[in-house]
Design a protein around this ligand. Structure first.
Ligand SMILES: NC(=O)c1ccc[n+]([C@@H]2O[C@H](COP(=O)([O-])OP(=O)(O)OC[C@H]3O[C@@H](n4cnc5c(N)ncnc54)[C@H](OP(=O)(O)O)[C@@H]3O)[C@@H](O)[C@H]2O)c1
Length: 285
């Protein structure tokens, strides 16, 4: 099936993985609809790369999401390729994450992904063709301490992706999950700014937990290079162009190590492994 000329919708296209994916899909001849909040970035991108159309949307606002989905459902040419990529993380022990902040993160990482997919599916079903790529995370298969609610959003993405893949295969629509490890994008800075100053606002009880795990995880990065977003964008485009994409791809720093251990160890064994990795195994307070 000739794919050049088809419509591809990329969410979270203003930076990082989404931006690189939009550029690479446009280079392959797709008409790329690039969605995010920062229109200045999207307009600049569209000015630099032929075939990219910016769309302004804030997925944390349910009304704006709905307006966006009505717009998408009304495209004159239906979306053939959907890259559900927009997302961010909140950090903190469970006691330090407000329910309101967690709900907003679920709205962006999970409910927007569901709703945008719903907006694209009728067109794909009609064509009996399409590819949906959901950007999950290695945290879709296990949870780092201090990152439970974010991992919960990505576990939700994994579950939705797995069910959807089998539900819509009969219509010729392919569904792929991508599980990045650590990738050098704005993700870390956005996570820090969305989280705020944890050490300043947490109960003193948690200070050692944060400091110990921060030091242990920090030491994992000593002397290693974190790959850039092109690594993941290349895999996404490879999956889109493939005649038979895999159900799941993973890549990025530590994704192999963590995911292999999660797959091969039992629950107690993985708990011990992750407690050691994060420096919390022998901490007693
Ligand atoms: N980088 C990593 O280490 C890593 C690892 C595993 C998984 N991931 C996943 O990869 C995906 C892309 O992240 P990235 O690393 O490329 O980070 P990034 O550079 O921060 O990009 C995130 C994108 O999501 C968009 N976004 C965030 N909140 C939004 C909202 N309320 N409405 C609409 N768009 C919103 C941002 O656009 P605006 O701010 O302009 O709205 C931006 O384009 C995310 O789903 C993330 O969970 C990343």
């Amino acid at each position: 099936m000739e794919k050049a000329g088809q419509v591809a919708l990329v969410t979270g296209a203003s930076s990082g993985i989404g931006r690189e994916t939009a550029i690479m899909l446009a280079a392959k001849g797709f008409k790329v609809m690039a969605a995010a909040r920062r229109m200045d970035r999207l307009v600049e991108l569209a000015g630099q790369v032929e075939g990219i159309t910016p769309i302004d949307v804030d997925f944390s606002d349910p009304d704006d999401l709905e307006k966006f989905c009505q717009h998408v459902a009304g495209f004159s040419e239906p979306v053939s390729v959907l890259i559900n990529n927009a997302g961010y993380s909140l950090r903190g022990a469970l006691e330090d994450v407000s329910i309101e902040a967690a709900k907003r993160m679920f709205q962006v990482n999970v409910f927007a992904l569901m709703r945008v997919t719903q907006a694209c599916l009728p067109g794909m079903r009609k064509m009996r063709e399409g590819t949906i790529v959901n950007v999950s995370s290695m945290a879709g298969k296990f949870a780092f301490p201090g990152s439970g609610p974010y991992a919960a959003t990505k576990h939700a993405v994994e579950a939705i992706t797995d069910a959807l893949r089998i539900e819509i295969r009969p219509f010729g629509i392919r569904v792929v999950a991508i599980r990045p490890g650590f990738i050098a994008t704005e993700f870390n800075d956005v996570g820090n700014s969305m989280t705020g100053d944890l050490l300043a606002r947490t109960d003193p009880d948690y200070k050692s937990v944060y400091e110990t795990s921060g030091k242990a995880v920090g030491s994992m990065f000593a002397g290693v290079t974190v790959p850039g977003p092109e690594l993941i964008a290349n895999i996404i485009v490879e999956a889109v162009l493939s005649d038979s994409p895999k159900a799941v791809y993973h890549a990025g720093l530590f994704s192999e190590e963590f995911l292999e251990n999660r797959a091969s160890l039992d629950d107690e064994g993985f708990d011990e492994y992750l407690s050691e990795k994060t420096g919390l195994k022998d901490l007693k307070l």
